[in-house]
Design a protein around this ligand. Structure first.
Ligand SMILES: [Ca+2]
Ligand SMILES: [Ca+2]
Ligand SMILES: [Ca+2]
Length: 307
């Protein structure tokens, strides 16, 4: 019976947490639709070729899956894409998807922006794809880009002081061929529609020779927002923060290790308990200072930090 009550309580807490996140998600999704969706709709309605990155919202410390997609009846035999990311994000995986998964060559490199030192907070990701290399296999009809072309998996920082922050993925132009596609026949290179605004001194449209540079691509940046929990001080996740049970569980963590913060059966709310333990609001969970501050709050010698 005790187990059943505990299980039901956990489900109620889980539902309440889900609803809180859902409310935040709906609010922020509305915001994104206003900021990003407007641009996207206008370009899609005009039928212009468009390459865009997703918007995503994830819990702190979790992975964000961001797609790079194409529309507008784009055809390409090569891809040369460059965008920035914030190095607080940890790159887990970047892979080709859709028809690009069948291309003969796809790679990415991490670069440092010009004039930015080794401790630069921003990095660049340079994606290169070639549908058909000379010789080797013949990948066949893989030139129509319609839908996803690449998938990024980026881990958000586990530090709770990143809670409710957004990280931007921005298309970058350092030279004319950044963010360009070669046509299926290879005789035309498609560039950003605003290339002359991005690189005003470069004269990117004067290719010379037989090459045609066609500026007609739209690009939409991506964004990842990190949502934190509002369970500070409620380490045992029973809905009541700053109580003796929370202090007992946190002290058991120091005695017995992380195992005490895991659930015996899925779902595992370990990450929620860790986030809830940053009682002293210094961005680092699971410290002795958190336990000391928690005990002071319980003894009414200190006040909780607001969320
Ligand atoms: Ca080949
Ligand atoms: Ca509690
Ligand atoms: Ca702390």
């Amino acid at each position: 019976m005790a187990n059943r009550q505990r299980s039901r309580k956990k489900n109620v807490i889980g539902l309440s947490r889900t609803l809180k996140n859902l409310q935040s998600a709906i609010f922020m999704l509305g915001f994104f639709c206003t900021v990003i969706g407007g641009t996207h709709t206008t370009l899609a309605q005009s039928g212009a070729p468009l390459i865009w990155m997703d918007s995503a919202m994830v819990l702190i410390g979790y992975d964000a899956e961001i797609s790079i997609s194409a529309s507008g009846e784009l055809e390409a035999s090569t891809l040369d894409l460059l965008f920035s990311y914030e190095k607080a994000l940890n790159i887990i995986d970047i892979r080709p998807v859709g028809v690009v998964a069948d291309w003969e060559y796809f790679t990415y490199r991490i670069l440092t922006p010009n004039g930015c030192g080794v401790d630069c907070e921003t990095g660049l990701i340079h994606l290169t794809g070639i549908a058909d290399l000379p010789g080797g296999i013949d990948p066949g009809g893989v030139f129509a880009l319609d839908g996803q072309i690449a998938q990024l998996r980026l881990q958000t920082p586990v530090k709770v002081n990143y809670s409710n922050q957004c990280f931007h993925l921005r298309w970058i132009w350092n030279e004319c061929t950044d963010n360009s596609l070669a046509s299926a026949t290879g005789d035309t290179t498609f560039l950003a529609a605003d290339i002359e605004t991005f690189l005003p001194g470069e004269d990117c449209l004067d290719a010379g020779g037989m090459m045609v540079f066609n500026p007609n691509l739209g690009f939409v940046d991506g964004i990842i927002c990190v949502v934190g929990m509002e369970d500070r001080g409620d380490i045992n996740l029973n809905g009541t923060p700053y109580e003796i049970g929370d202090a007992v569980l946190l002290s058991n963590y120091f005695i017995y290790g992380p195992e005490v913060l895991h659930d015996d059966i899925p779902p595992d709310y370990y990450d929620d308990r860790v986030l809830g333990s940053d009682v002293n609001d210094d961005g680092t969970p699971l410290t002795v200072a958190d336990l000391v501050y928690l005990i002071r709050i319980i003894a009414e010698r200190a006040r909780p930090y607001s969320h």
